[in-house]
Ligand binder design. Structure first.
Ligand code: AMP
Length: 330
């Protein structure tokens, strides 16, 4: 597409759709994505990690901003990656189980250091900045969610307004900018959208711990579960780790993936699949109607072909052909 003369009408329409969505993201703010009313669960940094698990489960959430009440500051975002780090700590120092039970949320940085992972950069964005900025920051840091942080007028202190996810942003585009998403008619095969090589997969008989190690090794948030013919059966997600270690049951991580998935909450959103001939406009339709966190690409026999993460979609929508556009002054 870099060569203007060889662009087909389909290419041009696709590019027009992408530009329309980028413009839309530049005139809307992160605040616009928030519903009229919402609740926000913020956890005190002094809370025991063990207790934080129960709170997330009871509230049906998978992440929460942390608050340092001593210094009255925002202290980062708790996500399933933090629990995976605790599990890695437990694996590396099994004799320290007593210690693991006593860890507080404020110990998370210490845990990262002990297991040798780089601390995630805590990026945030002001709610009134363009949504485009939140998207660019998320792509840069590979964050799947970003806190909206404002400064309180009276106290001058930071306030966490809410957290927005890649899913909420794509849903916002799907619901409010259909005039442009409907122009994205090129099939995912042609766009090379997603990952199709060296896929990390597991079977129902693998242990939860095996799958966690795969997620850490590949730096991914989900592992497709296949049968011996490579047919897709399910997807184990990083957030599935949370109920597995409820109550500090780290020794239960040797249970099979099959067992763990059978304990999923009743309101589990389900897994979504697509074919390589599906187009991005129909993927946006699916996002508009359902709570989609990734799409697994399968063939007509349900055999696993690839995986399309929301980060792949966001990256394509924001960055594809961007340099050429900047050069042409679009
Ligand atoms: P995610 O962690 O889901 O945001 O995905 C990060 C990147 O890894 C994206 O480019 C995905 O296409 C890719 N990816 C996601 N899951 C897998 C997997 N199971 N095997 C290989 N690559 C994956």
């Amino acid at each position: 597409m870099s060569d203007k003369t060889s662009s087909s009408p389909l290419d041009k329409e696709q590019m027009q759709g992408l530009r329309g969505i980028r413009e839309f993201l530049k005139v809307r703010t992160s605040y616009d994505v928030l519903p009229l009313s919402f609740r926000l669960v913020v956890l005190d940094n002094d809370l025991l990690i063990k207790k934080s698990l129960n709170i997330l489960i009871q509230n049906g959430i998978v992440s929460a901003p942390l608050w340092d009440s001593r210094n009255s500051t925002f202290a980062g975002l708790l996500t399933s990656t933090d629990y995976i780090n605790v599990i890695q700590y437990y694996c590396q120092f099994p004799e320290d189980l007593d210690q693991v039970d006593k860890f507080r949320l404020s110990s998370l940085r210490e845990i990262e250091r002990a297991i040798g992972v780089l601390p995630l950069e805590t990026v945030s964005v002001h709610p009134m900045r363009p949504l485009y900025e939140a998207c660019r920051r998320m792509l840069k840091t590979r964050a799947r969610r970003i806190p909206l942080v404002d400064i309180d007028d009276e106290t001058g202190r930071e306030t966490v307004v809410s957290v927005i996810t890649q899913y909420r942003i794509l849903k916002f585009i799907a619901v409010n900018n259909e005039q442009h998403t409907m122009l994205l008619k090129k099939p995912v095969r042609e766009l090379g959208l997603g990952t199709y090589r060296n896929l990390a997969v597991a079977t129902m008989n693998n242990s939860v711990l095996d799958v966690i190690h795969l997620m850490v090794k590949h730096n991914i948030s989900a592992v497709p579960i296949v049968d011996r013919d490579g047919k897709l059966l399910n997807v184990f997600e990083a957030v599935d780790v949370i109920p597995c270690i409820k109550g500090g049951a780290y020794d239960e991580l040797s249970a099979t993936v099959g067992d763990a998935l059978s304990r999923r909450a009743d309101d589990f959103a389900g897994i979504y699949t697509c074919g390589e001939d599906d187009r991005l406009d129909s993927i946006f339709d699916t996002v508009r109607k359902s709570r989609v966190h990734r799409l697994v690409v399968v063939d007509d026999d349900s055999r696993l072909k690839g995986i399309i993460s929301l980060s792949d979609i966001l990256k394509y929508v924001l960055l594809y052909g961007e340099e050429e556009d900047a050069i042409r002054g679009n």
